[in-house]
Design a protein around this ligand. Structure first.
Ligand SMILES: [Zn+2]
Length: 67
């Protein structure tokens, strides 16, 4: 699986569909965007679950499984 476009070290969990080509993000970087107030809202999950969706729903109070 591809690595994150930002940190390039972590496996991606979502793709941002608002940019072309779609930009892959790992959970850590995507969560950083949520906390920065600029969350990815148009995305598709790549990890088979929706870990990021829970972060998005929980906002900055979400507890992460890893950092
Ligand atoms: Zn990353």
């Amino acid at each position: 699986m591809a690595n994150c476009a930002q940190c390039r070290t972590t496996e991606v969990v979502i793709e941002d569909l608002d940019v072309q080509p779609p930009r892959p993000w790992c959970l850590g970087c995507a969560t950083a965007l949520v906390r920065a107030g600029d969350p990815v809202v148009n995305y598709r999950t790549l990890d088979g679950g929706d870990e990021y969706g829970r972060v998005l729903a929980g906002g900055s109070t979400a507890v992460l499984p890893f950092r």
